[in-house]
Design a protein around this ligand. Structure first.
Ligand code: AGP
Length: 613
């Protein structure tokens, strides 16, 4: 989604903003711009395409000064172009704004402003914001009050930042609804704003997260947070732990490859402080869950989008198997339109890497409205999905920069496994011996993941034999059926191959007609309770000349003889097998895309966090 960076202080804002926007590139964008106040005048530079085009423009036409605001735009209204790029300036050239979100009543506002003679210069909804602020200023209001009235007029979800020549010692910003974060970074004699932490981490680790319907007024020495109604709020100041280096690629070619290999560390971290291997117990303190509350749960909805939803599908099997609580997985974009049956015995569990996915946040709000207990499993600390929940489980996976989610898929698998054990323990529906064994099995994960990652070269070889495919089927059953969906999504989103995940048992009801010598079929067949079923699935595919790439447990000679290629994984407890079976599929997709020379970290049309509905 759109990236925002702003600065106020004694330094030249230009390099601070441009470097900050670079750290947000992973969010996906199609144009970029920067605006500064220099000697009482607003300087704007905007360019379509990659950030490098803006940097070239700034070199050719230098712009410096402070305060300054910058933006990378992911188009929602108006084609990607210089004309529609942010920042947008008012006709009186007093105010300039950057914006993340959609002004849902922009047509009405545009008509109102046009009727007063306001000229518009772009096709964007954002432009209505800057003209409204200037109109209120012209009516005698100061910058803060003009901004406040504007924020109260615009409908929808927004992250907005604006500066004005009338009061160049201030930056005003606001967060309304769920259009991505507004993070305020606290410096010494300078302050920062960004839509995500990596953009300002090199300057400060002390941050404030604006909540929905809050605004802030920054000077170089102060930050004042208020409600949109003007009531001052004492904000919580967080100290962010991860360091800038962690957000760099290190020795890897792409963030995605780095993050695939970071899963050993990420999963170790998600277990840390929660799996008590001595006592054989699970602790999830941030869930704020009592035994009485746990006993009061009759149903859990898991809601998420994309990869996170597939993690939820695994979680359903784990929670039902271990805690014997009914679970239903409903994707975020459908949840609130299904009029879900919710009462005080219902939990709505949201899973989200960014914690800012609009569809998932809207589902949480629906659950809240209907009286559910709201939980979330989130990677981005301080994000909306973490803050609005009654209890949360942090993935603790560190920043995930690659658009294709990898470590933020396996972490929630383990988090849901731990949640299932905790629920069973609190509800006293599990015997201590079984509980201790389930907890002890978690100890195997870092080594199992590490051993799986060491097989990357063999997977890269298979990728070479698949580099020109146009279609691909991924088949799985039981707890590994969601892995078929996730493996297919990985290939789709970074290599643009039409890949489809399918329940293996369903193939005979139609889709098997797709299989011939040109159709590669990835069959996920580890040593789990559905292994025998998958063997007959492989036979069915081979009988139709399908090219079978089987994923099998070390030593499975039967499958090796049947398959055209075999990807080996170490043996592991079946309830943890998705954590292992997904990794070769992440690597397979990564290498096919890399061999095809594609932009692995920023695939076309995609954004890291989809903050529009
Ligand atoms: C994952 O590879 C995709 N980029 C996408 O499906 C993603 O999982 C989905 O948009 C949800 O994002 P979230 O986890 O940040 O809510």
């Amino acid at each position: 989604m759109c990236g925002i960076v702003a600065y106020i202080g004694a330094r030249d804002a230009t390099p601070i903003i441009l470097n900050g926007l670079k750290r947000l590139e992973y969010r996906g964008y199609d144009s970029a711009g920067i605006a500064l106040i220099d000697k009482g005048k607003i300087e704007i530079r905007r360019a379509a395409g990659k950030l490098s085009n803006l940097e070239t423009l700034v070199m050719q036409q230098p712009a410096k000064g402070a305060p300054g605001i910058g933006h990378t735009r992911w188009a929602t209204h108006g084609a990607p172009s210089e004309r529609n790029a942010h920042p947008h300036i008012g006709n009186m050239e007093r105010v300039v704004v950057v914006h993340n979100g959609i002004v849902e009543n922009f047509l009405e506002l545009k008509d109102e402003l046009s009727a007063e003679g306001t000229l518009f210069h772009s096709d964007t909804d954002t432009e209505t914001i800057v003209h409204l602020v200037e109109r209120y200023q012209a009516g005698g209001l100061n910058l803060v009050e003009s901004a406040r009235k504007t924020f109260q007029r615009i409908e929808g979800a927004h992250g907005v930042v604006l500066i004005s020549t009338e009061e160049p010692d201030k930056i005003v910003c606001a967060r309304i609804g769920n259009a991505g974060g507004v993070v305020i970074g606290l410096g010494e004699g300078e302050n920062f704003i960004a839509s995500d932490i990596p953009a300002i981490l090199e300057h400060t680790r002390r941050v404030i997260f604006l909540e929905s319907r809050q605004m802030a007024i920054l000077t170089k020495d102060s930050v004042r947070v208020e409600t949109l109604a003007g009531k001052e709020i004492t904000p919580v100041i967080h100290t962010v732990s991860f360091d800038p280096v962690a957000a760099e690629k290190g020795e890897y070619r792409h963030f995605m490859q780095k993050e695939i290999h970071e899963q050993v560390r990420a999963l170790t971290d998600t277990l840390a402080g929660r799996a008590d291997f001595e006592k054989g117990k699970i602790r999830l303190p941030d869930l704020n869950l009592s035994a009485e509350q746990a006993k009061n749960i009759h149903k859990i909805y898991i809601t998420a989008c994309g990869t996170a939803a597939y993690a939820g599908m695994v979680g359903k099997i784990l929670i039902e198997k271990i805690a014997r609580i009914p679970v239903e997985v409903v994707i975020g974009s459908e949840f609130r339109y299904n009029d879900p049956i919710i009462d005080e015995h219902t939990v709505v569990l949201a899973i989200s890497q960014s914690g800012e996915t609009a569809d998932t946040l809207a589902a949480m709000e629906e659950g809240r409205k209907k009286g559910a207990l709201i939980w979330s499993i989130v990677n981005a600390v301080g994000s909306q999905a973490m803050r609005v929940a009654d209890g949360s489980i942090a993935m603790q996976s560190g920043p995930e920069i690659g658009v294709a989610s990898t470590k933020a898929f396996t972490a929630p698998l383990v988090d849901q496994y731990m949640l299932a054990v905790l629920l069973a323990d609190l509800r006293e529906t599990i015997d201590p011996k079984t509980r201790r064994q389930l907890v002890a099995d978690l100890r195997l994960i870092p080594d199992l993941v590490s051993r799986t990652l060491m097989r990357e070269a063999a997977i890269e070889k298979i990728a070479h034999s698949l580099k020109d495919i146009r279609d691909c089927l991924y088949l799985g059953r039981g707890i590994n059926m969601p892995i078929a969906y996730e493996g297919a999504l990985k290939l789709k989103e970074i290599s643009y191959v039409h890949a489809e995940g399918y329940p293996a048992g369903e193939m005979k009801h139609g889709p098997i007609a797709l299989i011939d010598e040109n159709m590669p079929v990835v069959c996920i067949a580890p040593n789990d309770p559905w292994h025998e079923k998958m063997i007959s699935q492989i036979q069915q595919a081979k009988a139709r000349q399908g090219r079978v790439i089987a994923l099998a447990t070390d030593g499975d000679k039967l499958i090796e003889e049947m398959a055209d290629h075999t990807i080996w994984v170490p043996d592991c407890p079946w309830m943890l097998s998705p954590v292992i079976t997904v990794i070769p599929l992440q690597l397979l997709a990564y290498h096919i895309a890399t061999i095809r020379g594609l932009d692995v970290d920023q695939p076309r049309n995609l954004a890291k966090s989809v903050t529009v509905e």
